[in-house]
Design a protein around this ligand. Structure first.
Ligand code: ZN
Length: 496
């Protein structure tokens, strides 16, 4: 009989464990599915400014769910706001965009606020627990002057994530003041990283990377940092279902000037989340959704303390961020130079260039490496074995304006090896602020010398790949056009 009872008890333990695990998985899945409902519809792309989020904060003034306070002013006098929700003992400070060009978590923050305001959607118990057990302090867009210019650094030219010790930026003073005043148990330091980091040595982009920052050069682990590792292990499990093999871990080298490292040192469990790259998601709307799901799931683990079930050692199972990715790799192209012939790979990146006061961007693509790239990967790859890489030809006719060029049959030109089109001297594109074209062509302004020689390191990525005398692929400004399966969609020509 005794044995029977203890067996029953044993089964009861197993059942409850299984159930709570299922619930945590289920919560993440339900959050993932609910994101569309709570997505802040006024934020649709990355280059928004503080003026776009201020109304989203102002409209919440007077809502009993929140306390809204000014946290301080940026160097240029932009008022930085803090939104507080919940009345619980566990204090969580979440800040975004201390780097002005890293806005993904700012979008997710407003999705989370919309979510906190929901009801009768199956999440009421979760919300109640969250707001009873935690107090959430949100500081979206900590570097609004940088966001105005879509640049990493503050308007003083200082990287505020290297200013935690010297505190010469008002934004760093604000953040240190909040940490001192609130003494949060947990901090979320929310960033974006290069979309070309890979998860380990793999062709997969690191869509999300984590870091449990180190508070000393010895990379010690105390209870504060251990909780950070546990939270990351929990979020990684949840994310693997949606982005298998695309979660990575930043190097935990100690950075004595960084906020993450210092906040951990000052006694707050600090989780750094980096939104990276996901092929086909240039505006990071999918990664925004992953932020929404992962952050709310982590807050759940903080609220019910279930993070302590995670094993910190599993943190090291997450692969490190790798730098093995180009946007495009052309493999084994035949290069003819000075009457000799050899093969080379071309590593090409489509870099974003801001225009219209950094409210928009165009792509400007360069050949960033040339030679043996066999350890590297391309998010897109072309097998150019047996194909010769050559500069395209300049079309003999000069055109008065871009309107005329847009009417040309680009396919016929590319097929004949013409990648370059010349503009007349008075075309005025520069004064009109035009740097790119929807046509898949490389437009040369008047005075721009005719490109010569073989395509190589540092060149704009415009060239043709030929099989004998026939063009197989045209590459214009880093975008690939297959002459046997032609589509101009998604490409972008360049005016140089
Ligand atoms: Zn950053």
């Amino acid at each position: 009989m005794k044995l029977f009872i203890s067996q029953l008890f044993f089964f009861f333990i197993i059942l409850t464990t299984v159930e709570s695990k299922a619930q945590s998985g289920e919560l993440a899945d339900r959050l993932y599915n609910a994101h569309e409902t709570y997505k802040e519809s006024t934020l649709t792309q990355r280059r928004f400014k503080q003026k776009d989020i201020l109304p989203l904060i102002a409209k919440r003034q007077g809502n009993p769910l929140y306390i809204i306070e000014k946290a301080g002013d940026s160097f240029e006098g932009r008022s930085i706001q803090m939104i507080t929700a919940g009345k619980g003992k566990k204090k969580v400070l979440l800040w975004t965009q201390m780097h002005g060009d890293e806005p993904t978590a700012t979008m997710a923050t407003f999705d989370i606020l919309n979510f906190l305001e929901g009801k009768n959607d199956g999440f009421d118990d979760f919300r109640k627990e969250l707001l009873e057990k935690t107090t959430l302090y949100f500081v979206p867009m900590l570097n609004p002057d940088g966001a105005e210019r879509y640049q990493r650094r503050t308007v003083q030219g200082i990287d505020m994530n290297r200013d935690a010790a010297a505190r010469q930026t008002p934004e760093a003073v604000i953040l240190k003041g909040l940490v001192d005043q609130l003494k949060p148990d947990f901090g979320f330091n929310l960033h974006d990283q290069s979309p070309r980091y890979s998860a380990g040595r793999s062709p997969k982009t690191a869509a999300i990377s984590f870091l449990a920052t180190s508070y000393d050069y010895e990379l010690s682990i105390n209870a504060v940092r251990e909780r950070s590792m546990q939270l990351i292990v929990g979020m990684n499990k949840i994310l693997q279902k949606y982005i298998p093999g695309q979660v990575a871990r930043y190097s935990d080298d100690h950075e004595p000037r960084g906020f993450g490292d210092n906040v951990q040192k000052w006694g707050t469990t600090l989780v750094l989340i980096e939104s990276g790259g996901y092929v086909g998601d240039p505006e990071k709307q999918y990664i925004r959704k992953l932020n929404f799901m992962a952050i709310l799931s982590a807050l759940d683990k903080i609220a019910d303390n279930s993070l302590t079930k995670e094993k910190r050692d599993n943190y090291y199972d997450i692969p490190e961020n790798g730098r093995w990715l180009y946007d495009l790799v052309v493999r084994n192209a035949v290069v003819k130079q000075s009457g000799k012939s050899f093969t080379a790979d071309l590593g090409i990146n489509r870099n974003e260039v801001n225009y219209a006061n950094a409210s928009k961007f165009f792509y400007y693509s360069k050949i960033e490496d040339f030679g043996d790239l066999h350890p590297q990967y391309g998010s897109q790859e072309i097998d150019a074995a047996g194909l010769t890489v050559e500069k395209g030809k300049v079309y003999p006719t000069t055109y008065k304006n871009l309107g005329e060029i847009s009417k040309l049959n680009a396919f016929n030109l590319l097929k004949e090896g013409y990648t370059y089109i010349r503009l007349a001297p008075d075309a005025g594109t520069r004064s009109l602020g035009l740097y790119f074209t929807a046509s898949p062509l490389h437009v040369l302004r008047s005075g721009q010398p005719t490109p010569t020689g073989t395509p190589g390191l540092g060149n704009t990525a415009t060239f043709v790949l030929k099989k004998g005398s026939k063009v197989k692929y045209a590459v214009v400004n880093g975008f690939v056009y297959d002459m046997e399966n032609y589509s101009a969609a998604k490409g972008q020509g360049i005016i140089e």
